[in-house]
Design a protein around this ligand. Structure first.
Ligand code: NAD
Length: 361
């Protein structure tokens, strides 16, 4: 099949890790008889250096013309890079916020999967880890507390600040539908997380999620309060499949869930809109401290490419092949420096990419 993919190498280690992910995708195309047409777009510091702004209208139009976008990471050393002398609206991160908004990416997915080969990196006890865990946090990304009205003012002589948490039923419904659709591709369980014992917005959330659940009789739905979920993630992470939640709860829980996997270089992510379109990127940043040194772990980006195959291109078999290639290379004992442990073979970014591409079955 033919697909158009926009690549955003970005800054720091971005070009290195995107290059390795493309190597793996090229191998997928060869093995499975697909044709991917690529176009590159500048974002962040790389765009500032060429155009003076972190994202151009042309770049947005190109991204919109694709089936999916695969991104590295953007930004530089915030203390020393001249990009951070610019006014906030011209800095690298402004480009990232704008592209997410322009593409209407309201659903953020972050898997937290524990590889048996990396169990030592998990901070939880072996009896808690059990057979491992494989969950996905589905976070609403464009509503809630981070986008509501806010102000800081003085009342009765006291400095006072206010933020508002607003959701309407349409915003809740579209993310809930995404959550159930993705659970169908996984283990058919959704845990909807809210604070319905206190918040009106959570009571509406729960009501709409239940309405959506009626259309998915094969999917098990449970509701969980956010404080309990924060505990359960470290008490019994194996119980979760898809965790569906609003913006701020998802922000906090997804960091907690990724922490229990142990390694930042392994964590993929996806941001989706109402169509099949998505932007896929590793959860980590541009790691300027190791840029250009062939030290970056490309696996998070390769796994983001696997999510792209699965969720935007509907190529489930090919996505499985990429995920299995990661398993196989870890089983063979190859590690980049960030996940290195005794008895393993330390390899650079390029070699890891070669090994992953070779392991595609
Ligand atoms: P970071 O994630 O870039 O790095 C944190 C630490 O993890 C560093 O020691 C780094 O070397 C290491 N690391 C990260 N990814 C790695 C990988 N793939 N392989 C091996 N080691 C890896 O976070 P930071 O240093 O706080 O931020 C650096 C820049 O990245 C900043 O400009 C920040 O704004 C930006 N950033 C961008 C994104 C994004 O593009 N979505 C996300 C987070 C941070």
């Amino acid at each position: 099949m033919k697909h158009k993919i926009v690549l955003i190498p970005g800054d720091g280690i971005g070009p290195e890790i995107v290059g390795e992910a493309k190597k793996v995708l090229d191998q997928v195309c060869q093995k499975y008889g697909h044709e991917f047409e690529y176009e590159e777009v500048l974002l962040g510091g790389a765009s500032i250096d060429v155009h003076g702004i972190p994202l151009t209208d042309d770049a947005i139009a190109t991204a919109k013309s694709a089936d999916a976008v695969l991104m590295g990471s953007i930004g530089g050393n915030t203390a020393t890079s001249p990009w951070y002398q610019l006014e906030p609206s011209k800095r690298p991160e402004a480009g990232l916020l704008r592209i997410r908004k322009e593409l209407n990416l309201f659903a953020n997915l972050r898997p937290a999967y524990l590889y048996s080969q990396l169990k030592d990196a998990c901070p939880l006890r072996a009896d808690i880890i059990g057979d491992g865990f494989d969950m996905l946090i589905m976070r609403e990304l464009t509503g809630g507390l981070y986008f509501g009205d806010r102000k800081t003012y003085e009342e009765n002589g006291l400095a006072t600040a206010m933020d508002t948490l607003v959701y309407n039923e349409a915003e809740i419904r579209r993310i809930a539908v995404k959550g159930f659709e993705i659970a169908k591709k996984r283990r058919n369980k959704v845990t909807s997380v809210d604070k319905a014992n206190v918040l009106d917005s959570s009571r509406l959330w729960r009501k709409v999620v239940e309405e959506v659940a009626a259309d998915y009789p094969d999917i098990e739905l449970e509701h969980m309060l956010v404080d309990n979920c924060a505990m359960q993630l470290v008490r019994d992470p194996g119980q979760f499949d898809v965790i569906l939640t609003e913006n701020m709860f998802g922000d906090i829980l997804s960091d907690e869930a990724s922490m229990v996997t142990g390694s930042i270089g392994m964590l993929s992510s996806a941001s989706l809109n109402e169509t099949k379109f998505g932007l896929y990127e590793p959860s980590h940043g541009s790691a300027p401290d190791i840029a250009g040194q062939d030290k970056a772990n490309p696996i998070a980006t390769v796994l983001s490419a696997a999510m792209m195959l699965r969720y935007s291109l509907d190529l489930d078999k090919e996505a499985d092949a990429v995920e299995q290639a990661v398993q196989k290379v870890l089983e063979q004992g190859y590690r980049t420096v960030d996940i290195m442990s005794d008895g393993c073979t330390c390899v650079g970014t390029k070699k890891m990419g070669d090994l992953l591409a070779e392991a595609i079955q």
